[in-house]
Every structure is written in structure tokens, then in C-alpha cells.
Design a protein around this ligand. Structure first.
Ligand code: ADP
Ligand code: MG
Length: 624
């Protein structure tokens, strides 16, 4: 996981301080109701942060975490309940659970172990799913927990109130838990594990292509979030002392999710701010709910005003700010003063890439690779090899199967026939996320960056897959320097110019220290200046790293300048392979390109001299 960075510490302190201040103010000036309210706020912070660890980082809304709160509450309730109360309240309890009357902390620990075990069992199927399927699963889990609690009346008194739990939690107990939850969540978010999960949230396919085991990281966040939620449940149980299953059901789920989404689901600061805002709104509305007499105006009792208020607050905020009040960056990444603090101590500026991995000999063999999509033959019998230190060009009209070839070779879309061997290893024998680590990196025809991660984080995700004891951030800075993006490391990737985004994708692939690099139309859509810059970068990469490069490109001038070998595809068939000079003279290639031209620009360019095709890049079309 690496050491904890300065920015992380600043972020934790920036969130912890207001919590401490709130607690001190409440205790000094508002003992009683105010103090209770702040205690509840701190417990809610733990609960919201628990959901945020999974949902914020994975992008999958969880309705299930309140289920873990319930499990925590009932488990620790059973262990701590006063034995005398227990005799009357739970007469049918099995022998082994009777008469424990345990203190708060040991009960908390046992309850968290129970929660963790349940989370592990549920997490195995949930982590295989993404998006709304996973969300629905978590909802199912919440319902199951509720039904089981209601049905197990020997243990829980069913839907009746479960009472007699020692009120061990007050303001000063809740405060350290809230700070701890914030710290754990923030450390996780900033760790390489958290970064990987956030990358998969931004673009699952691209994250797999840089070596992220999406399932594993979803699972880890699910379990970690569940434990934090479980702790919130235990705290709540020992704060209110009596509760029933309906206290841990939809209402609470809705309120906690509202807090998380309102503040900004992807950040820990957002969770804290959202919790505070919703609690203030709820308190104000609760006062109004019972009817108010202002002298000149008397408001009637409005049932459900608080829920309507939460709903309206969400609608209003989301309408203006779809990423919540704080957006996608932590507070300390936005506020100038905190940014300076986080950056203090002077950053290492790795302008000169130091370690140059020179590939050993080997080859990437593409052996009779073909791909069908139901009836359509997108690719057939592609057969060539990519060697370290050489640039192989892959050309052909739109729809020829070039992207399909790259997808098949990199394992994103497994080939229907043939096989791909990296230095003797069959790619098909590896899980997709291991392919990049085995030495094969790629970029995408349509840019696939992690847009809401910083430029540096984009590359760090990749670097951490191969870091082997080195600091992935340092490796990432080297890769950025290599493509000339060192100065924009802290910007969000989505804010870069088009050409810079293309180069960032290359840097991200380079950070995997690949031996083979497949670039799908790296210059597509670039202006001449950007193309020139890209060419410089590619030249440098090839001389410095002796990578085996495969470049798909429509600009044939560029291909002829850059490549040692050119492979030509047309309608899924490999129609030629040879040196640029051979390809330029190949009648089948000229035919394919001229046929292309006639159909593409019938009016403006009706006839092209067949003996000297000048390969106008426009004729081959711009990116999709
Ligand atoms: P190129 O990159 O050379 O422009 P592609 O590899 O993208 O061509 O496409 C080759 C052919 O395969 C096209 O006819 C395209 O419509 C088809 N194709 C590509 N991907 C899919 C897919 N996922 N499902 C069905 N057909 C596809
Ligand atoms: Mg393509």
C-alpha cells in the first residue's frame, strides 16, 4: 500500500478538526440536546463514510450497508444486554448466548468480526457484479437482513423493541470513532488499492488494461466499508439503547445515501459535509413539522416534512452540481491554503526518466488470429509478429478489423480462432488483468482515461501494477516526464487538451513497463502540431526502451516515416505484410485504398492516379 502521503494527512486533519470543534462547542455551550445531536452527527459520519468507502470508490450505490449496521447493532446488543433484563426480554435465547453482559469494547470487536464474516460471504457474489446489478444485490441483502431480524424473535424480539442495551456511547466515545473512520476511509481512498478501484469506476475496461483486478478491489472495499458500517451500527445501538429492525431499514438507508450523495459521493470530505448539511436541514424541518406559530402566521402540522425536505435538498443540489456539494475532489485538493500545505516539503521533480527498461529479446506472435461477431467475420487469419525495437504499422480502411485485432491480442475481446503468444506464454491462459503485467500494454482508439482522477493518478494506477517495491508515484512521474506532461500532473485528466489526453494514455501504458505496446490510432483527431509532438514522443520511446510497437494509423505518411514493417488489413483479411517501400508498391494495397477513396469521397476526388497514391489521411477518415 505504500507510505501515507502528506496530502492524505492534511486531508484527514482538515476533516477531523471541524469534528473536534463541533464536539467541544456542543459540550461547552449546548449540553443536553445539542450534545446529543452532535453525537448522532458523529455516528452518522461513521455510517456515511462506511457506505462511501465502497460506493464512492467503486461507483456502485450500495443499499446494503445499513444491513451491516443492523447486524452490528444486534450482535453487540446481544452480548452487552443486562442479564436481568435479558431474562424477561429474551427468555428463549439459546444457552450459549445467555448472561454475557459484556463490556462495550469487546462486544464491539466481536460484532465487527461477525459483520466482516457476513460481508465476506455476501461480497463474493456482489464483487463479481458492477453497476445496477450490484446495487440491486445490495438492496436484496438489506431486505434479507431485515426479514431475518424480524423472523428471529428468540434473538431479536422480532419487530418489537430490543431494549436494555447499555448506553456506553456519548460524545467523547463517538468522536474518536468518527475521526478513525474518516482517517481509514481517506487512507484507503489515497492508497494504490483505492486508486485502482476509483480507476475502475471511471472506466472498467481501461482499468483492466492497466492491470487492475476489478473484482478483488471491489471485494476489499465492500468488506472494509461493511466493517465501518457495522461499527456505526454498534455505536448507534449503544447511543440510543433501544431499537427495532425498522430503525435499520429504508428510512435510514435513504437518509445516509442522501448525505453521501449531497456532499459528493466520491470524497471523504463530501461524506462529512453532506452529513452535516442534511442533519441541519432535518433539524430545522423537524421544528416546523409539528406546526409553528409565528404570531402573525401559524403553520400547520405537516407530516413527512423532513423526508420531503431531504428529497428537495438532493434535487436542488444535484440540479446545480451533479457531483454533489464538494465535487469529485477532496477539500484539501481544492482549497488553495490546504493545497499548499499538502504540497509543502518540496516535491521530487523527476524530470529525467532514470530507469530505462531495455527489453530482452523475444517476440509477440499473432498466430492465425480471427474474430467473429455472431455472423460477421471481423478478422481472419492475422499472422505476424511484433519484435522489440521495431515499429510495426497496422493499416487498412475503416472497418478492416484493426481495432478488433488489438482487442483480441490484448485479451479485451478474446479471439475466436488462433492464439497470441507473448515470449512463449499463451495470452489466453492469463486473466485479462494479468496481460498488461505480462508485458503487453495498449491504448484505445477512443480515448479511455480515468477522467476524474488526476493525471498523476491515471499513471500511478498503471505503475503500481508493476512497481515491485519501488514507489509507483515516482515511476508515474517518470512516465509523465517522458511524454512531456510533467507540469500538469495534478490536474484532472478530463481537463487536458485532446492531444495531451492522447499522450497521457501513452504515458499510462508506458508506466506498465511493457515490452510490447499497441497504439490504436494515437494521432487520430490531432492537429499537425500535436501530431508532430506525438511523433517526437514515439521516436524517443522506441530508441530508449526498445519496445515492440504496433501502431494503427490512417496517416500513411506518418506510418511510412515511422515503421519498419507494415501489416495491411482489408475487410478482416491480412492482405499484405512488408517494408514500407514494398507496401507502397503493392497492387492489392493500392486497390484497397483506392476502392476506399472512391466510396468515401466520390464527388470531390473522383479519380486518383493509381501509380502514385499519396495516401491522403483525410481519405481514410477521422476517428469514430
Ligand atoms: P477498424 O478498427 O479497422 O476500423 P474494427 O476492428 O473496429 O475496424 O471493426 C471491424 C469490423 O468488426 C467492423 O465491421 C465492425 O463493425 C465489427 N465490430 C467491431 N466490434 C464489434 C462488436 N463488438 N460487435 C459486433 N461487431 C463488431
Ligand atoms: Mg479502429
Amino acid at each position: 500500500m505504500g507510505r501515507i502521503r502528506r496530502g492524505t494527512v492534511v486531508g484527514i486533519v482538515a476533516m477531523a478538526l471541524p469534528l473536534v470543534v463541533a464536539a467541544v462547542v456542543a459540550a461547552s455551550f449546548f449540553p443536553g440536546a445539542g450534545q446529543r445531536l452532535v453525537t448522532l452527527f458523529l455516528i452518522n459520519v461513521v455510517a456515511v463514510v462506511g457506505i462511501g468507502v465502497y460506493s464512492g470508490n467503486s461507483g456502485i450505490i450500495s443499499f446494503g450497508n445499513v444491513g451491516f449496521m443492523a447486524i452490528g447493532a444486534y450482535a453487540s446488543g446481544l452480548l452487552t444486554i443486562n442479564p436481568i433484563v435479558q431474562k424477561t426480554a429474551l427468555p428463549n435465547l439459546p444457552e450459549w448466548l445467555m448472561g454475557w453482559g459484556a463490556p462495550f469494547l469487546p462486544a464491539l470487536l466481536v460484532a465487527l468480526v461477525v459483520v466482516a464474516l457476513v460481508a465476506i460471504v455476501i461480497g463474493i457474489p456482489v464483487a463479481r457484479l458492477g453497476g445496477s446489478s450490484a446495487s440491486i444485490c445490495t438492496l436484496g441483502f438489506l431486505v434479507i437482513v431485515h426479514v431475518v431480524l424480524v423472523a428471529s424473535s428468540d434473538f431479536t424480539r422480532g419487530s418489537q423493541t430490543f431494549f436494555g442495551i447499555p448506553r456506553a456511547v456519548n460524545l467523547w466515545v463517538a468522536l474518536p470513532f468518527a475521526i478513525l473512520a474518516v482517517a481509514i476511509a481517506r487512507i484507503y481512498r489515497d492508497s494504490t488499492a483505492g486508486m485502482k478501484l476509483r480507476a475502475s469506476r471511471e472506466d472498467e475496461i481501461a482499468s483492466i488494461a492497466v492491470g487492475v483486478d476489478v473484482r478483488l478491489h471491489r471485494f476489499l472495499a465492500w468488506v472494509l466499508g461493511a466493517i465501518i458500517s457495522g461499527a456505526a451500527g454498534v455505536l448507534l445501538a449503544h447511543f440510543i439503547g433501544a431499537f427495532s429492525p425498522k430503525d435499520f431499514y429504508f428510512n435510514l438507508t435513504f437518509m445516509l445515501l442522501a448525505m453521501l450523495i449531497l456532499g459528493g459521493i466520491t470524497t471523504v470530505s463530501g461524506a462529512v459535509v453532506g452529513t452535516a448539511v442534511i442533519m441541519v436541514v432535518v433539524e430545522l424541518l423537524r421544528k416546523l413539522e409539528g406546526g409553528v406559530d409565528l404570531g402573525f402566521l401559524s403553520l400547520p402540522t405537516v407530516f413527512g416534512l423532513t423526508d420531503i425536505g431531504i428529497g428537495l435538498a438532493i434535487l436542488l443540489v444535484m440540479y446545480r452540481l451533479q457531483d454533489g456539494l464538494l465535487g469529485v475532489r477532496e477539500l484539501d485538493e481544492q482549497v488553495p491554503f490546504l493545497k499548499r500545505l499538502a504540497a509543502g516539503g518540496g516535491r521530487p521533480v523527476a524530470q529525467q526518466p532514470s530507469s530505462v527498461a531495455v527489453a530482452e529479446e523475444g517476440t509477440l506472435r499473432v498466430e492465425k488470429v480471427g474474430k467473429r461477431f455472431s455472423g460477421l467475420v471481423a478478422l481472419e487469419n492475422a499472422d505476424f509478429e511484433i519484435r522489440p525495437g521495431l515499429v510495426t504499422g497496422l493499416i487498412g480502411p475503416n472497418g478492416a478489423g484493426k481495432s478488433t485485432l488489438i482487442n483480441s491480442v490484448s485479451g479485451v475481446v478474446p479471439p475466436s480462432t488462433g492464439r497470441v503468444m507473448i515470449d512463449g506464454t499463451d495470452v489466453a491462459s492469463l486473466p485479462v488483468h494479468r496481460v498488461p503485467v505480462a508485458g503487453l500494454a495498449r491504448t484505445f482508439q477512443n480515448i479511455r482515461l480515468f477522467r476524474n482522477l488526476t493525471v498523476l493518478e491515471n499513471v500511478t494506477v498503471a505503475a503500481s501494477a508493476v512497481a515491485e517495491g519501488r514507489d509507483p508515484v515516482e515511476l508515474a512521474r517518470e512516465a509523465l516526464a517522458e511524454v512531456g506532461l510533467g507540469d500538469v500532473a495534478d490536474q484532472l485528466a478530463g481537463t487536458l487538451s485532446y492531444g495531451a489526453q492522447r499522450r497521457l494514455e501513452i504515458a499510462r501504458a508506458l508506466a506498465l513497463k511493457p515490452r510490447y505496446l499497441l497504439l490504436d490510432e494515437p494521432a487520430a483527431g490531432m492537429n499537425p502540431a500535436e501530431t508532430q509532438e506525438l511523433m517526437t514522443v514515439l521516436d524517443r520511446i522506441r530508441t530508449r526502451h526498445r519496445l515492440g510497437l504496433l501502431v494503427v494509423e490512417h496517416d500513411l505518411k506518418l506510418i511510412m516515416r515511422l515503421c519498419d514493417i507494415v501489416v495491411v488489413l482489408n475487410k478482416g483479411q491480412q492482405i499484405a505484410i512488408g517494408t514500407p517501400a514494398e507496401i507502397q508498391a503493392n497492387p492489392a494495397v493500392i486497390e484497397a485504398y483506392i476502392g476506399r477513396r472512391r466510396s468515401a469521397k466520390p464527388r470531390t476526388q473522383p479519380v486518383i492516379e493509381a501509380e502514385a497514391p499519396d495516401f491522403d489521411p483525410d481519405a481514410a477518415g477521422k476517428p469514430a
